[in-house]
Design a protein around this ligand. Structure first.
Ligand code: NAD
Ligand code: LMR
Length: 342
């Protein structure tokens, strides 16, 4: 769908369309943290979607200019800006999808969990507002540590009596995007064809690419599996170090988040063939939240794809068992935080 927005430009003057500026579907998307490193390019990519009729940009500062700038793009959606807590409720009214990249990013030497103290409160406050103003919306949590911020969001929604586990998502699309890129590079494959499921969570060893389930089927040596797995797990840190104090992944994250927004909108629009890996409430393992491939539909998660976890290699099976204690502790930390605040 994003491609079709660009494709219009290629038409000759005789074929030039009457620009009706009508979206193909009329979904409203809110981005909370829209003036940030992820928020800005993400807003631009969402502005290109023909499925969006309104884009609500919210931040605690600097969002007016971002919205004014973006509103000049001749794509269908209307862009509205909202600044500060007193405008948060209006930002959320009538919204179908809420994307949350608000919060601080890592600096070299930090783990994602080091962001917990600041970002836990930000996510809690924002999700409370979502519960009050658009409880039926799909909620996409990008703010780290995702392994804890998603359980926090779930608790907040439960406390407000509006939790729908099918509509709360921790965005792990960037792990899949990275896995696809690195595998295609290593095996000299056409990028467009490669799809690697990534399961578990979104930090260090909790990120588990299932290389044996790569489509199209590819064979890897043990050394390749080890190298690729570690590269995918450390890819966030690779960017944090390269940015040397100026933050973490923003552009690739915006690309990945826009893909997940587009998938959600297609599902909301009735497309029956939408699958993504994402961190959700899950019964695929003994952990209450787990990233896996899911089928998305109009009501959110339609089903969890359990087949990816069957027939794992010995390496993957061991890595799966090894990630469970860390992921469990991060989930429990989020739940305990939200329950203590209640
Ligand atoms: P950034 O500092 O550039 O932007 C964050 C934005 O959030 C800022 O504009 C800030 O004003 C805003 N903000 C802060 N408090 C807010 C509040 N209470 N309400 C609304 N907005 C608020 O950071 P960034 O690089 O965009 O990263 C944002 C978050 O995304 C970080 O926590 C980072 O770790 C995370 N991240 C996650 C993934 C992932 O794969 N899930 C990938 C990259 C980054
Ligand atoms: C990423 O994977 O790039 C993000 O989670 C940001 C980070 O801190 O690494």
């Amino acid at each position: 769908a994003l491609r079709s927005t660009f494709a219009r430009k290629a038409q000759s003057s005789e074929q030039r369309p009457q620009y009706a500026l009508q979206p193909q579907a009329s979904f409203k998307v809110a981005v909370l943290g829209a003036a940030g490193g992820i928020g800005q390019p993400l807003a631009l990519l969402i502005k290109m979607s023909p499925l969006v009729s309104a884009l609500h940009l919210y931040d605690v500062m600097n969002v007016k200019g971002v919205a004014a700038d973006l509103s000049h793009c001749n794509t269908p959606s209307q862009v509205l800006d909202f600044t500060g807590p007193e405008e948060l409720a209006s930002a959320l009214k009538g919204v179908n999808v809420v994307v949350i990249p608000a919060g601080v990013p890592r600096k070299p030497g930090m783990t994602r969990d080091d962001l917990f103290n600041i970002n836990a409160n930000i996510v809690k406050t924002l999700v409370e507002a979502v519960a009050d103003n658009c409880p039926d919306a799909f909620i996409h949590i990008i703010s780290n540590p995702v392994n804890s911020t998603v359980p926090i969001a779930a608790e907040v929604l439960k406390q407000k009596g509006v939790y729908d586990p099918k509509k709360l998502f921790g965005v792990t699309t960037l792990d899949v995007v990275r896995a696809n890129t690195f595998v295609a590079q290593k095996k000299n494959l056409k990028l467009i064809d490669v799809d690697v499921p990534v399961v578990g969570g979104h930090a260090g060893i909790t990120i588990l690419p299932l290389l044996s389930k790569t489509m199209p089927s590819v064979s890897f040596t043990d050394e390749e599996v080890g190298d690729l797995t570690v590269r995918i797990q450390n890819a966030g840190t690779e960017v944090v170090e390269a940015k040397a104090g100026a933050g973490s992944a923003t552009l690739s994250m915006a690309y990945a988040a826009a893909r997940f927004v587009e998938s959600s909108l297609r599902a909301l629009d009735g497309d029956g063939d939408v699958y993504e890996c994402v961190f959700v409430e899950s019964n695929l393992t003994e952990l209450p939240f787990f990233a896996s491939r899911v089928k998305l539909g109009r009501n959110g998660v339609e089903s969890l794809i359990s087949s990816d976890l069957q027939g794992l290699t010995e390496y993957e099976q061991k890595a799966l068992e090894a990630l469970k204690p860390e992921l469990k502790a991060s989930i429990e930390k989020g739940v305990a935080f939200a329950q203590k605040q209640a």
